[in-house]
Design a protein around this ligand. Structure first.
Ligand code: FAD
Length: 385
């Protein structure tokens, strides 16, 4: 499946205009107030973004991964949290799209495509992040339901979500359930026990959620009974796409930091010349732009492989690793170039500097990423005999 290139370019151009007009003027205010950007999210719904990769048959835009990656870059360029509102929703939607039964797709995808129902993805627990097999949240069968008990951590969009793709331990092993709930802090045995305070990535909630005797219909086992106990395989196979998402966010934040730096470097004068005339600053700008460009190319390479149905574990890992480290480095360099003004809350550079580190942690830390890349390389380059 490939998105028509002219249509993709038009979508990105419109999004870029929207970001410059509607997002950039207000992003830092929302972020500093840690306020959910309801009006911006409503406009994202109107643009159809919540259906970005959902098939047209279910009311979505059916974008390919390469175009979706460009969408994420533009949103993160404006404000990383907007891409966060969308990404976790799309992780849930993509799981349903790829593995759901026909009935499950018809039931959940149409309302997710319009954004009327928002999605969250809940794998991590207080004592299980990188080590996914250490999950403890339990799903105990009882008639035609499963009773869920346990604590899930770091659930982005968890409170406002109407659908949560939840990993829990059934007797057969870790299974992915689709939990349907009302948005809000409490719903039938599910409660938001903590709003997690964060360094950056503000304006959208990341929460701890406790399940106490919450009943999920057996019909909500993602993919049906054949996937009982195989939920981790199903979730991990979606992580390639998740890594491309995070890498694209990195490109967006890094590009924003670079553009702020190159503009400032031409305005700010020291010793009678713009600081852009100093070679030390020029070298920084050259390195920053080179790494942003390289990150985008790695993202597009991984995305193209996913679109072609090719294996992309190594490429998606490389894109995530390089783009997230680039975001961190470029945000830091942008702050240096801004001197003292970069440290103030009046310019967005401090926001990029606080947002960037999340990308080295989310969707598998970069230590785990290196393990994934190395494992893939060793299997590709295995010596014969
Ligand atoms: C703001 C935010 C939002 C998030 N949103 C979500 C969400 O929506 N849904 C969700 O399910 N999760 C979410 N997460 C969780 C995220 O995916 C985890 O934080 C991440 O996977 C790391 O797990 P951990 O925090 O438990 O760290 P740990 O696994 O405890 O790791 C701690 C450190 O040890 C290193 N480490 C671990 N194992 C190894 C090893 N074998 N070799 C070398 N080094 C190792 C790690 O790289 C890291 O440096 C979110 C996290 C944050 C911060």
């Amino acid at each position: 499946m490939t998105t028509d290139p002219a249509m993709a370019d038009e979508l990105i151009e419109n999004l870029r205009t929207w970001v410059r007009k509607e997002v950039l003027p207000v992003a830092s205010d929302y972020e500093h107030a840690d306020e959910f950007p309801e009006p911006l999210v409503e406009q994202m719904k109107e643009m159809g973004l919540f259906g970005a990769t959902i098939p047209e048959a279910y009311g979505g835009l059916d974008l390919d991964t390469q175009t979706y990656a460009r969408v994420v870059e533009e949103l993160a360029f404006g404000w990383m949290s907007l891409s966060g509102v969308l990404n976790t929703h799309m992780i849930g939607a993509n799981l349903i799209k790829r593995f759901g039964t026909d009935e499950q797709k018809s039931k959940w995808l149409p309302t997710m495509a319009t954004g009327a129902v928002r999605g969250a993805f809940s794998l991590s627990e207080p004592d299980a992040g990188s080590d996914t097999k250490a999950l403890r949240c339990k799903a105990t069968p009882d008639g035609d339901t499963y009773v869920v008990d346990g604590t899930k951590m770091w659930v982005t969009n968890g409170e406002r979500a109407g659908i949560v793709a939840l990993a829990a331990k059934a007797p057969e092993g870790i299974t992915c359930f689709i939990v349907e709930k009302e948005p809000g802090p409490r719903f039938e045995g599910i409660s938001v026990s903590k709003q997690i305070g964060k360094l950056g990535y503000k304006g959208l909630e990341t929460v701890e959620m406790v399940y106490e005797g919450h009943r999920v219909p057996a019909a909500n086992v993602l993919g049906g009974d054949e996937w009982l106990g195989r939920g981790l395989r199903l979730i991990l196979s979606s992580l390639e796409l998740g890594r491309v998402n995070v890498a694209s966010r990195g490109v967006g934040v890094a590009r924003a930091a670079f553009e702020a730096a190159i503009a400032y470097a031409q305005q700010r004068e020291t010793f009678g010349v713009p600081i852009a005339a100093h070679q030390a600053i020029q070298f920084k700008l050259a390195d920053m732009a080179t790494k942003v460009e390289a990150s985008r190319l790695l993202v597009q390479n991984a995305a193209r492989r996913i679109d072609n149905g090719e294996r992309a574990d190594v490429e998606a890992g490389m894109a995530k690793l390089f783009a997230s480290e680039t975001a961190l480095e470029v945000a830091t360099e942008a702050m240096r170039i801004h001197g003292g003004y970069g440290y103030t809350t009046e310019l967005p550079v401090e926001r990029y500097y606080r947002d960037a580190p999340l990308m080295i942690i989310g969707e598998g830390t970069n230590e785990i990423q290196r393990m994934v890349i190395a494992r893939g390389l060793l299997s590709r380059y295995a010596l014969e005999g």
